[in-house]
Design a protein around this ligand. Structure first.
Ligand code: XIL
Length: 375
């Protein structure tokens, strides 16, 4: 009798505890609810999340986010490793996952000089292919990938990082062989492959006036030629000192004036010192490890954390202020553990650039951002 009573008592307590914890997690406000009428809130997914191994990351994704982008699995070196060979294993899983969770799915990136398949722009002797051959290869690449996910992937980074800070074009293989024309061509092929998908140009450090002006000219050129461009992606790989809010805002306003949406596409705020100013997301930048460049291995001091919180919050405040111009804000990863910033631009550091920590816990700034969105 006593034993039964004891069992009943324990079961009762357990039920109450489970009920309480459920209510608590259900009631805790989430980012996607907070931004519901403002913009989509997205995250870049890595292999761990796409394959389902990172269950903690996936829980955060389902709770807080309503859009996803492929961090690496759709880059040409992964998805199209040889001219006659595509590899859709991860990208298919990525799209399936997004559909199951009702996410706005973004493809990244169709034409990009980096993480480019070695065969793409050269012949068997390593010489640049002719303009006609490159056009054909771009067309097949874009048609096959965009066509495969037609109607399922809702927006594409069609061209990534083609313009430099001074406003000139990056001297990539695409540019060497086709000149500026490679960009309109890529947009045209993407539009033909899925006329309903949104098409974006994406770049970093767009607060540099030169780059901003050339991107603005690009929007005009595409529009004049009747080629659709729906939005400009502003990668948000920010540091503690740069850019200023005003610089970032100026670019949002400039693009908005051209009649396109703005998207904050790759947002992370590095807490670590940059070895050199203006690196942005230039993947060719690589610096040797030095202890002074990795100051917070044992955790971040309170005053630095506060400064980071304030800066992160002020950027979200800016996005909220311009919610009528911004269609999506995407974090470049879910937790600090995932972040590419741990290895860029210096390998092997410990950075803290995202909204969720290494233990998969929400950082205090998340609820501050949510409160801001409610006001
Ligand atoms: C980064 C990924 O996060 C890393 O995992 C990878 O090793 C290198 O590329 N600009 C972009 C992204 O458009 O695709 C880059 O992503 C970061 C800079």
């Amino acid at each position: 009798m006593r034993k039964h009573f004891y069992l009943l008592f324990i079961t009762g307590i357990a039920i109450i505890l489970i009920a309480c914890s459920n209510t608590e997690s259900k009631e805790k406000p989430t980012l996607k609810e907070a931004f519901k009428n403002k913009f989509l809130i997205g995250a870049a997914l890595n292999t761990g999340e796409i394959s389902g191994k990172d269950t903690a990351g996936l829980r955060i994704l389902a709770t807080h986010f309503n859009s996803i982008v492929a961090e690496n699995c759709m880059k040409s070196e992964v998805i199209h490793p040889l001219e006659d060979q595509f590899n859709f294993t991860l990208s298919d899983q990525f799209v399936d996952l997004g559909e199951k969770q009702d996410m706005f799915i973004i493809g990244h990136a169709l034409i990009w000089h980096s993480q480019l398949s070695p065969w793409f722009c050269v012949d068997e002797n390593g010489e640049n292919v002719s303009a006609d051959v490159l056009k054909e290869r771009m067309k097949t690449h874009i048609n096959t990938i965009v066509g495969r996910y037609k109607g399922r992937i809702k927006g594409w980074d069609v061209v990534n990082e083609a313009i430099l800070e001074d406003g000139s074009y990056r001297k990539s293989k695409f540019y060497e062989i086709l000149g500026e024309e490679f960009i309109p061509l890529a947009f045209q092929y993407a539009q033909e492959a899925d006329p309903d998908a949104e098409l974006y140009y994406n770049d970093y450090n767009e607060w540099y006036p030169g780059r901003r002006e050339t991107v603005t000219r690009l929007i005009r050129t595409l529009k004049e030629r009747g080629i659709r461009i729906d939005a400009i992606g502003m990668q948000g790989h920010l540091g503690m000192d740069s850019p200023t809010l005003e610089e970032y805002e100026e670019t949002i306003l400039a693009y908005n004036k051209e009649g396109v949406n703005v998207m904050v596409t790759e947002f992370d705020l590095s807490i670590l010192p940059f070895p050199k100013a203006g690196i942005g997301a230039d993947l060719s930048a690589n610096f040797d490890y030095q202890k002074e460049l990795n100051p917070y291995t044992e955790g971040v001091p309170a005053s630095i954390q506060e400064a980071w919180n304030a800066r992160m919050l002020s950027f979200f405040r800016l996005f909220i202020k311009h919610a009528d111009k911004i269609s999506r804000v995407t974090m470049w990863g879910i937790t600090d553990q995932d972040s590419w910033k741990n290895d860029f631009p210096v390998r092997g550091r410990k950075d803290y650039p995202l909204l969720f920590d290494r233990d998969n816990q929400e950082k205090p700034v998340v609820q501050m951002i949510i409160n801001e969105a409610k006001q």
